[in-house]
Write a protein that binds this ligand. Structure first.
Ligand SMILES: Cc1ncc(COP(=O)(O)O)c(C=O)c1O
Length: 426
């Protein structure tokens, strides 16, 4: 085992991980439930939607819930609910998916960014307070890759300044902070249920809240079919429903029943799948602690349940001095590990042209307030994100694979080889 596979040696990983039984059972149930809907012609409206909403509200221990056609729609609804005046500000992280930010602009707001914590990769609470202005309306938190953000700190700041807290929990279905589910820790929880997520409907989203006003605002934005459920005395359009029953803000965010049916089955198995994945990932995490130059994915003491959307292990750039990340990734791939630089598009948002490229802004009309009023976003203002995001390597998150110690040991052996023979990568 002394020659690296990238240099012609044998691969360390010879086994293939086996798909878990619970995953196979889940898929079969989804096939059944979706085909039943096709037969019943429940292809636009179906009771499965309210069943999903009730079960999700129970699961997250929240009062109101609306399933939608995607996660972006849930975020748009959340920002629409809290933004009152054009150019109100939403504080968010420089490290998230761009569709967690563009809906702020589409709802009339301006995103204000904070740098991240070096270990969790989530918004750094210590940065938030100095970004608050009289125009700030909310703090938006993404629980990146599944790892919950430090919500006690964030909620404390929000309370002090009377701000709403929006959680983008698109990566963290079933994950818990101090015994409570992500998405139930702030004022509005937003979840993508897109195909790659810990729980999916193929393409869908779900929003939950304990706040009736936010729930009603979400209905006004994208759910004309639910207007009869609104009281006529809600804030923004007070009285209008009595005379104009279709006071719809212009969007249609209804979930497809097939997606709702798929997601219901996923919910049933979510905890079990998260636990199995955590067992696999913890084995790798523990093993990496004993290999020089590598470390596992960080888990904060406040985390009580975890699933990994992406499993980002760490390498020490000092130990691998002179060897670029791409070279380490290639070496891991050659050893038989699925390794990559992570989710494409998850580079710090400040490097993405949508923010600063005034000539090529999309949606010149709906983005008008933003183009006119946004602050200059400078790359140098987010030094932690600029450094630590490039010190991570994404490896197969081992979701839905059976726990197989022999396979996991082979994975660790690949890391050991690379650590020991790093000079051969130069
Ligand atoms: C953090 C985050 N927010 C929002 C979204 C948007 O969700 P959707 O693709 O379901 O619209 C995603 C999707 O990947 C995401 O990762």
């Amino acid at each position: 085992m002394s020659i690296l596979a990238i240099n012609g040696g044998q691969k360390a990983v010879k086994k293939h991980p086996k798909k878990s039984t619970i995953f196979q059972i889940m898929v079969e149930e989804q096939v059944q439930t979706v085909s039943n809907l096709v037969r019943k012609r429940e292809i636009s409206f179906s009771p499965v939607v309210s069943e999903l909403e009730q079960k999700w509200a129970q699961y997250t221990k929240t009062k109101y819930c609306i399933a939608m056609n995607n996660g972006t729609a849930t975020l748009h609804s959340a920002f629409f609910s809290v933004i009152e005046e054009p150019s109100d500000e939403i504080i968010t992280s420089i490290h998230t998916w761009h569709l967690g930010v563009t809906p702020i602009i589409c709802a009339g707001g301006i995103p204000i960014f904070c740098d991240i914590e070096p270990l969790t990769l989530n918004i750094n609470p210590a940065e938030i307070e100095r970004k608050i202005t009289p125009r700030t309306k909310a703090i938006c938190v993404t629980h990146c890759y599944g790892h919950p953000a430090d919500m006690d700190e964030i909620n404390k700041i929000a309370k002090k300044h009377n701000l709403a807290v929006i959680e983008d929990a698109s990566h963290s279905h079933g994950c818990e902070y101090k015994g409570k589910k992500t998405g139930s820790l702030g004022d509005i929880g937003c979840f993508s249920l897109q195909g790659s997520k810990l729980m999916t409907g193929g393409e869908a989203g779900i929003l939950n809240t304990n706040n009736k006003k936010y729930y009603q605002q979400a209905i006004i934005l994208g759910h004309y079919e639910r207007f009869s459920s609104l009281s006529s005395r809600y804030d923004r359009y007070k009285g209008n429903t009595e005379t104009v029953p279709f006071m719809n803000a212009g969007f249609k965010y209804r979930i497809h029943p097939f997606a709702a049916a798929m997601a219901l089955v996923e919910l049933k198995y979510l905890d079990e799948r998260n636990s199995l994945q955590l067992k696999n990932c913890t084995y790798i995490n523990d093993g990496l602690e004993r290999i020089e130059g590598f470390a596992g994915a960080y888990v904060a003491p406040y985390v009580t349940k975890l699933g990994w959307l992406n499993f980002l292990i760490r390498f020490d750039p000092e130990y691998f001095k002179g060897i670029p990340r791409t070279r380490i990734i290639e070496a891991l791939q050659a050893e038989g590990i699925e390794a990559s630089a992570g989710r494409p598009g998850y580079i710090p948002l400040v490097r993405q042209s949508m923010l600063n490229d005034r000539q090529h802004h999309p949606g010149k009309v709906i983005w008008h307030h933003f183009i006119k009023n946004h602050p200059e976003y400078k790359v140098g203002d987010y030094p932690v994100a600029e450094k630590v995001l490039f010190e991570r390597i994404a490896i197969n998150p081992m979701r839905d694979v059976e726990f197989d110690q022999e396979y996991l040991e082979q994975v660790l052996e690949a890391f050991r080889k690379i650590s020991k023979h790093k000079d051969e990568l130069k």
